[in-house]
Write a protein that binds this ligand. Structure first.
Ligand code: NDP
Ligand code: GDR
Length: 357
């Protein structure tokens, strides 16, 4: 594909986990890709460092713009400059627990930020040109109404994040119906990878398993081990996002594996892959993960990580995406745990450890 024929995409949240996979996918497909990144006092482009192109070089295909979902004028200017064929709105305050601490900001970025982008399309008269992908979430389902959860399952969000994303979901549907914009919601269940943010539970676990195995950390502190999640691989899920925008008609799709795993089980797997057999004893806040070989307590509960309202069980039904998009997942949660632990072991052998999460 030559540059004149190349499609142009704009990705918000390009510095996040999904953005990093999506930009690679789109560049591989011949797109010219524009990414929006936030100004930060510290370096925040680590996940896309290797594909960053020198802006002084001619014919570059990946461009970065400073931007923020809370700034309408900035969004309008970027969309005007880029004239995208496709917008992928991946930017968000995406941490559920943090949303209880920063509910207003979360609503501003995740709910109104989505509206601002859709309005930018409308203000610039791009309704017929620009297709729109919204990063909707299984957190919309919240309190269990039906399992497995599918496109028709009623929503009952359980966090300020979930409620903000509920607005995002419906404003996308409304702008599709009101203005004919090709706008789709991907209702994505949890997806992880070695690029997952360090404070989400899977990555927190795989980093700790690697650090403890290497003798560089004593203990891992977690919250609710009973929660169950449908975990897939982020690389496979960004392909589903792209597929949604290639359909003749916009629509909403669940992407999920159809299998669910307890947090406790993921912990066992990760430690096993790091070479540590772990047994759980006790219950509630007294539950402990004990190293079978040494008898040492290496996992403890810290109630600080409990959420005021929790989503107990997520398990998605991806039948519609299979049938209409031809999308399917490949990596199981078990395989994902192994890939993430091995990646963390490799990184951690040479790097200093920072605590947190
Ligand atoms: P990450 O947290 O890894 O990335 C979020 C991205 O959004 C980062 O690039 C971040 O920038 C950026 N961002 C945050 N706030 C703003 C803002 N106000 N303005 C502009 N950019 C902002 O999330 P994921 O990649 O995991 O997820 C991508 C999207 O998909 C999110 O919207 C998330 O809510 C949603 N989602 C994720 C799922 C998952 O399991 N991963 C499942 C379902 C939905 P910075 O790097 O500077 O922090
Ligand atoms: P989630 O992901 O809330 O599902 O949102 P997270 O990994 O944060 O939590 C999953 C489950 O693990 C439990 N948990 C802990 N979680 C964290 N972060 N830290 C802990 O120490 C801990 N201990 C137990 C949680 O209570 C929860 O039940 C993710 C995000 O990517 C969202 O943006 C996305 O929309 C949804 O997935 C689908």
């Amino acid at each position: 594909m030559t540059d004149t024929a190349a499609k142009v995409a704009l990705i918000t949240g390009v510095t996040g986990q999904d953005g990093a996979y999506l930009v690679r996918l789109l560049l591989d497909k011949g797109y010219i890709v524009h990414g929006m990144k936030r100004r930060s006092s510290s370096f925040n482009t680590g996940r896309i460092e290797d594909i960053y192109e020198d802006p002084h070089v001619e014919h570059q295909r990946f461009h970065l713009h400073y931007g923020d979902l809370t700034d309408s004028t900035n969004l309008i200017r970027i969309v005007q400059e880029v004239q995208p064929d496709e917008i992928y709105n991946l930017a968000a305050q995406s941490h559920v627990q943090v949303s209880f601490e920063t509910p207003e900001y979360t609503a501003n970025a995740d709910a109104i930020g989505t509206l601002r982008l859709l309005e930018a399309i409308r203000i610039l008269g791009l309704e017929r040109k620009t297709r729109f992908y919204q990063a909707s979430t299984s957190e919309l389902y919240g309190l269990v109404q039906e399992v497995p959860q599918r496109e028709t399952t009623p929503f009952y969000p359980r966090s300020p994040y979930g409620v903000a994303k509920l607005y995002g979901y419906w404003i996308v549907v409304n702008y599709r119906e009101a203005y004919g914009i090709h706008a789709s919601n991907g209702i994505l269940f949890n997806h992880e990878s070695p690029l997952r943010g360090e404070t989400f539970v899977t990555r927190k676990i795989t980093r700790a398993a690697a650090a403890i195995a290497l003798g560089r950390q004593e203990k891992l502190y977690l919250g609710n081990l009973d929660a169950k999640r449908d975990w897939g691989h982020a690389r496979e899920y960004v392909l589903g996002m792209w597929m949604m925008l290639q359909q003749d008609e916009p629509d909403d799709y669940v992407l999920a594996t159809g299998e669910t795993t307890e947090v406790r089980e993921f912990v066992r797997w990760a430690f096993e892959d790091a070479g540590i057999a772990l047994d759980f004893q006790g219950s509630g806040v007294e539950e402990r993960g004990i190293c079978r070989k040494t008898g040492k307590v290496i996992v403890e509960i810290d109630p600080r990580y409990f959420r005021p309202t929790e989503v107990d069980l997520l398990i998605g039904d991806p039948t519609k995406a299979h049938q209409k998009l031809g999308w399917t997942h490949e990596t199981s949660a078990r395989e994902l745990a192994r890939e993430m632990v091995f990646a963390d072991l490799e990184v951690m052998r040479d790097a200093p450890i920072s605590k947190g999460g």
